[in-house]
Design a protein around this ligand. Structure first.
Ligand code: ATP
Ligand code: MG
Length: 215
């Protein structure tokens, strides 16, 4: 009898502040799942970043709930509160360590946009992150995937670049549009819009906020 090759489950991990989550995130995750045959993508909203003015960025609990609402109808998508339930900021290194320790049989793929991956050398333990799991770099308008060539070869070889139809939207733009009273309904699913309205999120413009305090 032919010996069957055992395949390990392949999971995508999508980190981000998701402040708020939008179609750019959802389509990037979907494209990564299709391209790399992932059995699930786990969205991991960050905890509250230190020193950000309250009111400008939504609290971690709200960002986690909006991520749940945006992903609820897709059986491929899961949401983890690993980072958002913690006080303070978590590093990708710590999150990857957690998943590697708890799910050693799983092949992990960390999904990022091109803008984020180009900064990888500034992340905690950035030089060894690409040895901890695969990285998927999704094209994003304004960020050239060809710039990945500048990374050391050892790192570059662990990164899987994926080109998707450009979705020129960012959470920053959504927050600014809401504060300016503009319609954002084409950028994020309806339940997220309803949540933003009912919780009164993103009503303030960045320039109207007091400066961040540094202690
Ligand atoms: P902000 O403007 O607040 O930085 P954002 O839209 O960049 O928000 P993040 O939560 O910072 O969203 O991003 C999470 C991940 O999703 C990052 O890896 C980012 O590069 C990626 N991403 C965000 N928007 C897009 C998009 N439109 N196309 C492809 N990738 C995206
Ligand atoms: Mg961003």
């Amino acid at each position: 009898m032919k010996k069957q090759k055992k395949t390990r489950p392949r999971w995508g991990l999508m980190g981000g502040s998701f402040d708020p989550i939008h179609y750019g995130h959802l389509l990037a995750a979907q494209a990564a799942a299709r391209h790399c045959s992932l059995s699930q993508v786990i969205f991991i909203p960050t905890g509250n970043p230190p020193h950000k003015p309250i009111g400008l960025t939504a609290p971690a609990g709200n960002r986690y709930e909006m991520t749940l609402l945006a992903t609820g109808d897709n059986p491929l998508f899961q949401v983890s509160d690993l980072e958002s339930a913690r006080v303070g900021y978590s590093y990708t290194f710590d999150t990857l360590t957690y998943f590697r320790n708890h799910y050693p049989q799983t092949e992990l793929f960390f999904i990022t946009g091109a803008d984020a991956i180009l900064d990888i050398h500034t992340w905690k333990n950035g030089d060894i992150l690409t040895e901890m799991c695969h990285f998927i770099a999704i094209s994003r308008p304004g960020f050239d995937l060809a710039k990945l060539e500048a990374l050391p070869r050892r790192q570059r070889e662990r990164i899987i670049p994926i080109c998707i139809s450009p979705i020129a939207i960012s959470s920053t733009e959504i927050r600014e549009s809401i504060a300016a009273g503009r319609d954002v309904s084409q950028w994020t699913p309806k339940p997220v819009l309803t949540y933003i309205q009912s919780h009164g999120l993103y009503q303030h413009r960045a320039e109207d906020m007091p400066p961040a305090t540094v202690d």
